[in-house]
Design a protein around this ligand. Sequence first.
Ligand code: GDP
Length: 170
Amino acid sequence: MTLRELKVCLLGDTGVGKSSIVWRFVEDSFDPNINPTIGASFMTKTVQYQNELHKFLIWDTAGQERFRALAPMYYRGSAAAIIVYDITKEESFQTLKNWVKELRQHGPPNIVVAIAGNKCDLSDAREVTEKDAKDYADSIHAIFVETSAKNAININEVFIEISQRIPVLD
Ligand code: GDP
């Protein structure tokens, strides 16, 4: 069986659920009192999919303004970026668009971008429609999913989709 190593970084406003997504993916659990990420944290998870082992090297970056300057260190060598917004916070969707622009200008030219509209379990408080987000994602050729780290919705799926989009380098 072949092993692929895939470096992935998470970007997005503070509080959108980046750490919770990583925690759900790596540990399959949810901690409502998860500690805010300081700077960046690193975790790995290996999953088997279609006769291949995919080892994800995951950099979870802090969204706070004072850490933004560090983000290039993490996205520069990344094969993919998951940019997360909170479906109950319109502002976080605007921030996501700024991250897309920054990646286009300064990120690796072929970086795979996935947009994750997190907290889809809170649809009563929704501020960003699924259609608006999907249309935007389509316009930039990004993967799009709505996720819930809390209820384990589309978390594994977004990582697998990423791995299927990243070209195999021999
Ligand atoms: P980060 O700053 O982007 O890393 O966000 P965190 O992972 O620290 O999450 C911020 C807050 O949102 C925490 O209180 C989490 O418990 C909560 N949260 C994260 N994901 C979800 C989700 O899918 N649904 C709900 N309802 N809350 C979530």
